[in-house]
Ligand binder design. Structure first.
Ligand SMILES: Cc1ncc(COP(=O)(O)O)c(C=O)c1O
Length: 383
C-alpha cells in the first residue's frame, strides 16, 4: 500500500463551512469571515493584529513593505529557507543576504548572521524550521545591537511556542502559512502577525492595493482611496471559512501530529545511536507542533538510497530546501557563486522528510520506520 507524503485533514465541518460561505453570496475577501478568523488568530498567537493573505510569501512582502524596506537595503535570512521569502525581499528592491544555519536545529546561526551585518542591513528574517523555534534570545539581542527589525518566518510553526510565546509573535512581526502541507490548511493561505500598530496599518494598506479599503469596510472612512504602494494580497472569505474550521481544530490536529512525530522519534532511536541517521533536536525552551519529521542520513549516498528505496516501496519521502545561495538565480544575479555555507550544504544533501500528517495511521509510521531501518542496515559500510 502506498503511503503519501502528505494529505490535508478535511472533514464534513470544513465542507459545510465552504458551502455556507459560497451560499452567503460573498466570495471576496476582508469580509466578516476574514475578520473573525483574524481576531481568533491574533488571540491564539497573543498579538494585537493578524492579517490574512493568500500565502505566507505575500505576508512577507507586506511586512517588509510596512517596515519601509527599500532599494539597496539588505535582509539577513538563512540560505536553508523557502524561495518565496527571498523573492519577497527582491520585490521590495532589497537584497537577500544568505547566512549559515546551526547544525543542531537547522535554524539561523545568530553569530554567522551578525558577521554579515552591514550599514545597509535593515531586517533579520529567521525561519523556525519544522516548527522548532530559533534562538530568539540571541536574535533579539542581535536585532537590538544593530537597530534591525526582526521578522519571524513561522510558516511551519502554527501552534509552536518559545518560552510559552507563540512563534511569529516574538519579533516585530511574523507570518504563518496555511498551504495544504501545513498543520492547518486552507489550500493556499497565510497571515501576518504583529503587535506594532503602525506596521499593521501600513500592511493593511499595502494589502488592499495601497488603499484604505480596510478602514472603509470597518466604516472608519466614507470612501477609500490610494495612499501608498501596494498590491492585491487579500484572502477570499471562502478560504477563510475553511481556515476557521481548521483553526477550531488546532489542538486536535497538533496533538495528532505530535503523537506520530514521537512514534518516529522513538522508533528511529536505535538507528541514531548506531550512527546511520541523526534525528531532529528540539531545544528545551521550544514547544513544537510536530510539523514535520526530518532525519539526516550519515552521508548523501545513504540519503539518496533512502529516498530511492522508500519510493520503490510506495512510501513518499522527500528532501527539503535546496540552498538558496547555490541556486542558479542567486549565483547569476546575486553573486553568490563563491559563497560556501557547509552546514547548509550538508543538511540539504543528507536530509530526508518522512510522511507525516494528522490522518496518517500509526501502522503506516511503523512501516516507514521498518523500511528506513532495513535500508540503513543493508547499506554497505561505505555508504
Ligand atoms: C519555512 C517556510 N517559509 C515560507 C513558506 C511559504 O509559504 P507559502 O506557500 O504560504 O507562501 C514555506 C512553505 O512551504 C515554508 O516552509
Amino acid at each position: 500500500m502506498r503511503i503519501p507524503f502528505h494529505r490535508p485533514s478535511i472533514g464534513a465541518a470544513e465542507i459545510e463551512a465552504v458551502v455556507r460561505a459560497l451560499e452567503s453570496g460573498r466570495l471576496g475577501g476582508n469580509g466578516e469571515v476574514c475578520r473573525r478568523v483574524q481576531a481568533r488568530l491574533a488571540e491564539i498567537a497573543g498579538v494585537e493584529h493578524a492579517l490574512l493573505t493568500p500565502n505566507a510569501t505575500q505576508a512577507t512582502e507586506l511586512a517588509l513593505l510596512a517596515m519601509g524596506v527599500s532599494s539597496g537595503e539588505e535582509v539577513l535570512l538563512p540560505s536553508f529557507a523557502y524561495v518565496g521569502q527571498a523573492n519577497a525581499i527582491l520585490a521590495c528592491g532589497a537584497r537577500p543576504v544568505f547566512c549559515e544555519i546551526d547544525r543542531a536545529t537547522l535554524n539561523l546561526d545568530p553569530a554567522d548572521a551578525e558577521r554579515r551585518v552591514t550599514a545597509r542591513t535593515r531586517v533579520v528574517l529567521p525561519v523556525h524550521y519544522a516548527g522548532v523555534a530559533c534562538d530568539l534570545d540571541a536574535l533579539g539581542a542581535l536585532a537590538e545591537r544593530h537597530g534591525l527589525r526582526l521578522l519571524e518566518d513561522a510558516a511551519q510553526a502554527c501552534g509552536s511556542r518559545w518560552r510559552g510565546r507563540h512563534l511569529g509573535a516574538v519579533g516585530d512581526a511574523g507570518f504563518l502559512s496555511f498551504h495544504e502541507t501545513k498543520n492547518l490548511a486552507c489550500g493556499e493561505g497565510g497571515a501576518l502577525l504583529t503587535s506594532d500598530d503602525a506596521l499593521f496599518r501600513a500592511a493593511e494598506i499595502a494589502q488592499e492595493k495601497g488603499t484604505d479599503r480596510n478602514a472603509f469596510l470597518r466604516g472608519r472612512v466614507e470612501r477609500y482611496t490610494w495612499h501608498a504602494r501596494g498590491g492585491g494580497h487579500v484572502l477570499s472569505d471562502v478560504l477563510a471559512a475553511l481556515l476557521e474550521v481548521q483553526l477550531a481544530r488546532l489542538a486536535e490536529l497538533t496533538s495528532r501530529r505530535l503523537e506520530l512525530w514521537n512514534l518516529y522519534h522513538d522508533g528511529l532511536a536505535e538507528l541514531d545511536a548506531d550512527g546511520f541517521i541523526r534525528r531532529p533536536d528540539v531545544p528545551e525552551q521550544c514547544e513544537h507542533n510536530g510539523h514535520l519529521y526530518a532525519v539526516r542520513a550519515r552521508s548523501p549516498r545513504l540519503r539518496d538510497r533512502l529516498l530511492d528505496g522508500l519510493r520503490r516501496r510506495g512510501i513518499e519521502a522527500t528532501f527539503h530546501f535546496q540552498p538558496l545561495h547555490a541556486s542558479p538565480f542567486a549565483r547569476e544575479h546575486l553573486g553568490t557563486g563563491d559563497l560556501r555555507l557547509p552546514v547548509t550544504e550538508e543538511a540539504a544533501a543528507t536530509l530526508v522528510r518522512l510522511p507525516l500528517f494528522a490522518d496518517l495511521p500509526r501502522e503506516d509510521v511503523h512501516r516507514v520506520i521498518d523500511e528506513v531501518s532495513a535500508l540503513c542496515r543493508s547499506a554497505a559500510a561505505n555508504v
